[in-house]
Design a protein around this ligand. Structure first.
Ligand code: ADP
Ligand code: MG
Length: 231
């Protein structure tokens, strides 16, 4: 069982953003996606989530071709850079919004798992940025996804919080047996969290490999591309 992308192509007006992406991610893997800004990482995640269409190619998840499958039936959830929470609702209401059949008890259990116990009735504005990102994460998990797409979810956090959340998400993804695709610019993050890394460049997969292979170069991901290394 896996996520399989085959020849995924996406054109915006006169620009080919994805030019035939082939990628296979086995179930249970945490896979990092790296590449310079504008290389199509978010577009690829949005296509997998069903929030954006693609022009050709196929996306198959757990043996099912996703073309035509509406986002809410994909068991795929996405977490992005800024937590998209409703400020006029409480923490608990935000968690259960997309899954109204969840009981308060279940929502509280998810909040406890992201280390926000007892915050069900708190107002969103009372929470720090890191805490808000945890609420988004527990809302994502409450929807019982099998695949979680993480689009630079730690970018706006200070280093200590970032490290804590990176480990929390890694551990929960493992514990729940989920598959994760994480967009990141941060080599340390890929090293800490990912089993494998794929480098996107000019709309194509340039290289795939273990993050350990990256530790052999001192460069950042961006420099790495310029150096022409292979992962
Ligand atoms: P990344 O996440 O790697 O920074 P994106 O997937 O956000 O890259 O964007 C890739 C390219 O596609 C960029 O040039 C961006 O301007 C363009 N793009 C993204 N979304 C749209 C859209 N809805 N309409 C037109 N162009 C878009
Ligand atoms: Mg992006």
């Amino acid at each position: 069982m896996s996520l399989v992308l085959s020849g995924v192509h996406k054109r915006f007006k006169d620009r080919d953003v994805l030019r035939g992406i082939d990628l296979e991610i086995p179930n249970g893997e945490i896979h990092a996606l790296v590449g310079v800004s504008g290389s199509g990482k978010s577009t690829l995640l949005r296509i997998i989530a069903g929030l954006e269409t693609h022009d050709s190619g196929t996306v198959t998840w757990e043996e099912t071709p996703l073309d035509g499958v509406p986002p809410h039936l994909r068991r795929i959830t996405m977490l992005s850079q800024s937590p998209l929470l409703f400020p006029h609702l409480t923490v608990g209401e935000n968690v259960t919004l997309a899954t109204p059949n969840r009981s308060r008890q279940e929502a509280e259990a998810w909040l406890a798992r992201v280390r926000l116990p007892g915050r069900y009735d708190a107002e969103i504005h009372e929470l720090s940025g890191g805490e808000q990102q945890r609420v988004s994460f527990s809302r994502a998990l409450a929807a019982s996804p099998r695949l979680i797409l993480l689009d630079e979810p730690f970018t706006n956090l200070d280093p200590e919080l970032k490290y804590e959340l990176q480990r929390l998400i890694r551990d929960l993804v493992r514990e729940l047996g989920l598959t994760a695709l994480l967009v990141t610019h941060d080599r340390e993050e890929a090293m800490l969290v990912a089993d494998r890394v794929t480098l996107l460049e000019a709309g194509l997969v340039r290289a795939s490999g273990t993050p350990q292979a990256l530790s052999e170069t001192e460069s950042t991901f961006g420099d790495f591309i310029e150096l022409g290394g292979s992962l």
